[in-house]
Design a protein around this ligand. Structure first.
Ligand SMILES: *[C@@H]1O[C@H](CO)[C@@H](O)[C@H](O)[C@H]1NC(C)=O
Ligand SMILES: *[C@@H]1O[C@H](CO)[C@@H](O)[C@H](O)[C@H]1NC(C)=O
Ligand SMILES: *[C@@H]1O[C@H](CO)[C@@H](O)[C@H](O)[C@H]1NC(C)=O
Ligand SMILES: [Cu+2]
Length: 227
């Protein structure tokens, strides 16, 4: 029965494949989502633009990060930076946490260094998935205090989570601590011309190419799902 259930979940994951996305951020709103380029660091193929993004107040003493995963297992890394281009200077907010089970996952009280309060910045979410590392960013205004509860903050009942060591996530560039970066190591950030964006995506698929891609990815996610 358990095996059957896993199998049908795998079929579902394979069917959903790229179409339903690898993962989405439910709260705070992301600066942009396109599942074909979600693997582009640091923000899933979008740049942060405080003049047009939906900017959310994020409370440094604890606030909500709500996600939805379309992979049966994924490992999350939550980061924050005061670099408004999201090019680097990241501070890890929690150890890598592995979600087992599809759909909703929410950390209701993620803390940010108190010194961030009063500044604009970016919350970065990196997900180690069977499709590689995937990224999303939220443009935020760091404020003092604790954030309000969000109705969208919930865990799927069948989901379990635990802190894990994740070599891929811990070797991400610019995963620096606040104290290490305050001495100036953040200056090695990429120039704006090298920043990934929707415009220079490597995924120019269309028509039959897209169909082939979906089939390959579908089979791959089905196989990955069985492991
Ligand atoms: C900004 O995000 C909030 C929270 O997700 C949402 O309720 C609101 O509709 C968004 N506003 C715009 C302009 O997209
Ligand atoms: C979801 O699960 C994580 C990990 O067990 C836990 O830290 C968090 O508080 C849970 N979220 C909710 C909304 O209960
Ligand atoms: C890097 O982050 C630290 C705090 O963690 C901040 O004091 C510093 O101004 C930041 N540097 C840049 C270039 O954003
Ligand atoms: Cu995926």
């Amino acid at each position: 029965m358990v095996k059957l259930f896993t199998l049908s979940n795998c079929f579902l994951a394979a069917l959903i494949g790229q179409a339903a996305g690898h993962f989405v951020v439910v709260y705070p709103p992301s600066v942009g989502f396109d599942d074909a380029i979600e693997g582009n660091a640091p923000c899933g193929g979008f740049s942060v633009d405080f003049s047009k993004d939906n900017i959310t107040d994020f409370h440094v003493d604890g606030d909500v990060l709500a996600l939805q995963s379309f992979h049966p297992q994924v490992t999350w890394l939550f980061r924050a930076t005061l670099d408004q281009t999201a090019s680097g200077n990241w501070t890890n907010l929690l150890p890598a946490v592995q979600q087992t089970g599809l759909n909703n996952f929410c950390e209701p009280a993620v803390k940010v260094p108190a010194t961030f309060a009063g500044s604009k910045g970016v919350i970065g979410i990196a997900a180690d998935s069977p499709d590689g590392i995937l990224y999303q960013c939220a443009a935020v205004n760091f404020v003092t205090g604790v954030g309000a509860t969000q109705a969208s903050c919930k865990n799927e009942s069948s989901t379990t989570a635990s802190f894990v060591a994740d070599a891929a996530l811990s070797s991400l560039p610019s995963t620096a601590t606040a104290s290490a970066t305050s001495s100036g190591t953040a200056t090695s950030s990429p120039t704006s011309s090298t920043k990934p964006s929707a415009a220079n995506s490597n995924y120019g698929y269309s028509g039959l190419g897209m169909l082939a891609w979906v089939m390959v990815v579908g089979s791959a996610s089905f196989l990955a799902c069985l492991l």
